[in-house]
Design a protein around this ligand. Structure first.
Ligand SMILES: NC(=O)c1ccc[n+]([C@@H]2O[C@H](COP(=O)([O-])OP(=O)(O)OC[C@H]3O[C@@H](n4cnc5c(N)ncnc54)[C@H](O)[C@@H]3O)[C@@H](O)[C@H]2O)c1
Length: 370
């Protein structure tokens, strides 16, 4: 039996911010499987239904409901828990909301990130923190090459700008405070792109839009049919985040290092192709293509990540191909809507299936042969 991620999460106190959200709830489930003592910090449950509620994570972890925009609250949470690891995912995560509420977005994503780092700095209890930003943190100059960790940060829309700004905040804390000998904190930032998987019910994301509509026998309304995205399953970046946490723990030299996590360069499919792939697995699914309702809300075109650094330093590369990614996703929703299985078990089964496939493919991060 292989111990995943060097078994470093077993019996450790791991705080996941944004634990009620899509990625945070999957990460909490995976950490539970790894034997961690999981704590969550969020300001409520963002959707109804939600993966967090469906998997009954409330009763499986210690969940604190607070707003990360308030430093004193964040400090108290860190002091009370004294976490060994932090995965910071709490954010206003939607580009469209960032146009309607830029202040909320910048407050949550920039000041909220600073509050997490500031609380860790003040408490200075030994802790390794993985700060989740986004592929949108890069200055998207719409070129054909994948962005590297050394490329310029930027962001034309408020969401992207908030993620670029969060990166700068993380960098200054890593350099100015956590790099010093007296600091017990080590931090990295991680940048991933469009994630899909079961249990996402966020608004204006293509998979939840399809699943909501098709589960009610309605056609899905699609805005950017031709937009191409580097889709990846939620477990892909999460395996990268867990691997980064392990490596940061083993080698503090990684303090301040950013990492990209994305699919292989040729795994770019359009929204239309994604829908067509999902339709093969979901009968009676109809699509209604509409023009984007607000031309001012420009969505960036292709944004690819170069993941050579993750491969070289972490031995990480993506596991699933496009067809497998879509199958994992649709299978989860089908089982959920048909109420065929206990949802937590289903999530755990998918995590196990994902790990088994990575082992069969002899991926370095899963076999620990580095
Ligand atoms: N889902 C994607 O495709 C994607 C892509 C790139 C980056 N990301 C980033 O990954 C992270 C997780 O994304 P997600 O899709 O799970 O998001 P989500 O919207 O599903 O969840 C967001 C979480 O943050 C919490 N939150 C929001 N504002 C808060 C506040 N003020 N105080 C405390 N908690 C707050 C919510 O309660 C929720 O738990 C985010 O940082 C997001 O920007 C997501």
């Amino acid at each position: 039996m292989i111990s995943l991620f060097g078994d470093i999460y077993r019996k450790k106190k791991v705080l996941v911010t944004g634990n009620t959200g899509f990625k945070g709830s999957w990460l909490s489930a995976w950490l539970l499987k790894l034997g961690a003592d999981v704590y969550g910090l969020s300001n409520g449950i963002p959707t109804e239904p939600s993966h967090f509620a469906a998997t009954n994570l409330k009763d499986r972890i210690t969940y604190v409901e607070k707003d990360i925009c308030f430093l004193e609250d964040v400090e108290k949470v860190i002091k009370d828990i004294m976490p060994d690891f932090v995965f910071h995912l709490a954010a206003q995560s939607l580009v469209r909301v960032s146009y309607s509420d830029p202040a909320l977005t910048i407050n949550t994503n920039v000041i909220g990130t600073m509050n997490m780092l500031e609380a860790l700095r003040k408490v200075n209890n030994p802790c390794h923190a993985v700060m989740i930003t986004s592929d949108k943190c890069y200055d998207n100059v719409e070129w054909i090459w994948g962005y590297r960790e050394t490329d310029a940060l930027g962001g034309k829309d408020p969401y992207s700008a908030s993620k670029g700004a969060a990166e700068l905040v993380i960098k200054t804390y890593a350099n100015s405070f956590f790099g010093k000998e007296e600091s017990n904190i080590k931090v990295t930032s991680v940048r991933a792109g469009n994630v899909i998987g079961g249990g996402d019910w966020a608004k204006d994301r293509i998979v939840p839009d399809c699943m909501r509509a098709w589960s009610e026998g309605k056609p899905v309304v699609v805005r950017n049919h031709n937009a191409t995205r580097p889709w990846q399953h939620v477990l892909e970046p999460l395996s990268g985040y867990l691997r980064v946490g392990q490596k940061l723990f083993e080698d503090p030299v990684l303090n301040g290092e950013p990492f990209n996590f994305g699919p292989p360069a040729d795994q770019n499919y359009s929204v239309g192709e994604l829908i067509a792939q999902m339709q093969q697995l979901w009968q009676d699914s109809k699509v209604d293509v509409k023009k984007h309702p607000d031309k001012n809300e420009k969505e960036a075109t292709l944004l690819k990540l170069c993941c050579d650094k993750a491969l070289h330093i972490l031995g990480w590369k993506a596991n699933l191909n496009f067809q497998e990614t879509v199958k994992f996703t649709v299978d989860w929703y089908k089982t959920y809507y048909e109420q065929k299985d206990d949802v937590f078990n289903m999530t755990c089964d998918q995590i196990e299936g994902y790990v088994r496939m990575a082992q069969d493919r002899n991926l370095v991060w899963v076999n620990g042969n580095d």
